[in-house]
Design a binder for this molecule. Structure first.
Ligand code: UGA
Length: 435
C-alpha cells in the first residue's frame, strides 16, 4: 500500500519506519521543514533504540521517504496515519488542534476510497468528529476513518511496534477493518491478536490501559511506603504478588512516581471524560493525586537529613522520565531537582541523553558533563532515572569522590549490601535503610 504518516514525533516516526519493513511505500509528512531536512539526511531527532537503523534500512530500500509537501504525497495514498501530538490543555483535556489541522489537510487531497487512521491518543468521540469533519470538507462519503491506538513505550517503541501484545482496530465497517489488518499482515506476525472493535471502544481502550497501569504504579508506590514503615521489603512483596497471573509481575517497580508524555496526560483526560460523562472515576483521581503528591515530596526525603538553613550539595543522576529516552516531559527527576533547589540545595545534574531537555527545564547552571563531575564533593547522591550506566557504577569510587555518604536510590538499581560495603548510607524505595 501507499502509506502516509502525518507527524514525525516518536509515534509517527516509529510507525513509519516499522510499516516500511512490510510491503509498503511509506512517506512521513511533517510541517517542520528543518526536521524533515534532517531526517532526509539520516539525522534522527529523538533517542529511540533501534530507530536509526530501521530508518536507514527503509530509506536505503527505497520504501521510506520524508516530505513536507502534502500536495505531492497525499493524493496517491491508500492509508494516511495521523500521528500528531495531543498535548494537555489547561483544563486537562487533550488539545486536538493539530489532529484537525492534519485531517483538514489530508481530507481535501485524498483520492476516493482512502482511509484515515487516527493513531494519536484522542478523547472518546474524536474519531466520530473526525469522520464528520472529513465528510464536511469533502462533501462526500468516500473516505473511511479508523481508530488504531498505539501502545508504544518510549525507549522500547520499535520492539513494541513490531512485537505488539495486540493491534486494536476501531472501525465502523468491515472493509476498513480488513484494510488495516491487510496493512499489518506484512509488518507484524499473526501471533499478535487483532482486536476489531468500534471507534469509541478503541479510543477508550487506550485511555483505560494507560490509566490502569498508572493506578497499578500508584498502588505499588503506596505499598512501598508501607514497606518502609513496617520493615517489609517491596521486592519480596511484589514478587509474591506478581506470581498471581491475575496481577502479573510487570509494572510493579516502585519509584519516584510515574511521568512522561502519556500517563499524566492520559489519566487527566480519562478523569475529565469520566466526570463529563457523569461516571467519575474516583480511582483514577486518587492515582493522579497520589502520584502528584509523591513527586512533589521526593526531594524532602533528601532534605530532611540536613539542618534547616544549610545548603548541601546534592548530585542528581538522571533527568529523563525513565531510562533509554531523552524525554524529560513530566519527569519526576525534574520535580526532584526543583524541590531540592527550592529547599536551598546546590544541585549538580548529569544524564546520558537528557541534557538538552534538562537545559530547557532547569537551566545551564546545575548541568555537569559526567557522573564524576556531578558527584565530586557532593553531600548526597540521588539516583532519579534507572540508566544502565548508573547501575554499573563503581560505588566505592563514587563514594570516594563525594564529601558525604548518603545515597538515595529512588529507582532501586543498587543492591543495599553493595552500597553499604562502599561505605554509603543507603536509602531506597520500600526497602530497609542500610548503613
Ligand atoms: C506508556 C505505556 O506504557 C505505553 O503502552 C503507551 O503506548 C504509552 O505510554 C503512550 O501512551 O504513548 P511510556 O510513557 O513511554 O509508555 O513509558 P512507561 O514505560 O509506561 O513508563 C511510564 C512511567 O512509569 C515512567 O515514569 C516510568 O519510570 C514509570 N514506571 C514504569 C515505574 O515507575 N515503574 C514501573 O514498573 C514501570
Amino acid at each position: 500500500m501507499n502509506v502516509v504518516i502525518v507527524g514525525t514525533g516518536y509515534v509517527g516516526l516509529v510507525t513509519g519506519a516499522c510499516i516500511a519493513t512490510g510491503d509498503h511505500e511509506v512517506t512521513c509528512l511533517d510541517i517542520d521543514e528543518e526536521k524533515i531536512a534532517a531526517l532526509s539526511n539520516g539525522v534522527i531527532p529523538i533517542h529511540e533504540p533501534g530507530l536509526d537503523a530501521l530508518v536507514e534500512q527503509g530509506v536505503a530500500g527505497g520504501n521510506l521517504a520524508f516530505s513536507t509537501d502534502a500536495d505531492a504525497v497525499v493524493p496517491g495514498a491508500d492509508v494516511v496515519f495521523i500521528a500528531v501530538g495531543t498535548p494537555a490543555g489547561l483544563n486537562g483535556q487533550p488539545q486536538l488542534d493539530a489532529v484537525f489541522a492534519s485531517v483538514d489537510s489530508v481530507a481535501t487531497r485524498l483520492g476516493a476510497g482512502a482511509t484515515i487512521v487516527i493513531k494519536s491518543t484522542v478523547p472518546i468521540g474524536t474519531n466520530s468528529a473526525v469522520s464528520d469533519r472529513v465528510r464536511e470538507v469533502r462533501g462526500d462519503d468516500e473516505i473511511s476513518v479508523v481508530s488504531n491506538p498505539e501502545f508504544l513505550r518510549q525507549g522500547a517503541a520499535v520492539s513494541d511496534f513490531l512485537n505488539p501484545d495486540r493491534i486494536v482496530i476501531g472501525a465502523w465497517d468491515e472493509e476498513s477493518t480488513q484494510r488495516i489488518i491487510d496493512l499489518y499482515a506484512s509488518v507484524i506476525d499473526d501471533s499478535a491478536p487483532r482486536l476489531a472493535t468500534d471507534p469509541p471502544s478503541a479510543e477508550l481502550i487506550k485511555y483505560a490501559a494507560n490509566s490502569f497501569l498508572a493506578v497499578k504504579l500508584s498502588f505499588v508506590n503506596e505499598i512501598a511506603d508501607l514497606c518502609e514503615q513496617t520493615g517489609a521489603s517491596i521486592a519480596e512483596v511484589t514478587a509474591g504478588m506478581g506470581t498471581d497471573p491475575r496481577i502479573g509481575n510487570a509494572f510493579l517497580n516502585p519509584g519516584p512516581g510515574y511521568g512522561g508524555s502519556c500517563f499524566p496526560k492520559d489519566t487527566s483526560a480519562l478523569l475529565r471524560a469520566s466526570q463529563g460523562a457523569g461516571a467519575p472515576s474516583r480511582i483514577v483521581a486518587a492515582a493522579i493525586d497520589a502520584n502528584r503528591t509523591r513527586r512533589r515530596h521526593m526531594a524532602d526525603r533528601v532534605m530532611v537529613h540536613f539542618d534547616a538553613g544549610t545548603t548541601p550539595v546534592v548530585a542528581v543522576l538522571g533527568v529523563t522520565f525513565k531510562a533509554n529516552t531523552d524525554d524529560v516531559r513530566e519527569s519526576p527527576a525534574i520535580d526532584i531537582v526543583h524541590g531540592l533547589m527550592r529547599a536551598g540545595a546546590t544541585v549538580k545534574v548529569y544524564d546520558p541523553e537528557g541534557m538538552e531537555g534538562a537545559r530547557r527545564a532547569i537551566g545551564e547552571d546545575p548541568l555537569c558533563g559526567s557522573v564524576e563531575e556531578a558527584v565530586e564533593g557532593a553531600d548526597a547522591l540521588v539516583i532519579a532515572t534507572e540508566w544502565d550506566e548508573f547501575a554499573k557504577l563503581d560505588l566505592r569510587a563514587v563514594s570516594e569522590r563525594m564529601k558525604g555518604s548518603m545515597l538515595f536510590d529512588f529507582r532501586n538499581i543498587f543492591d543495599p549490601s553493595d552500597a553499604a560495603e562502599a561505605g554509603m548510607t543507603y536509602y531506597s524505595i520500600g526497602r530497609p535503610i542500610r548503613n
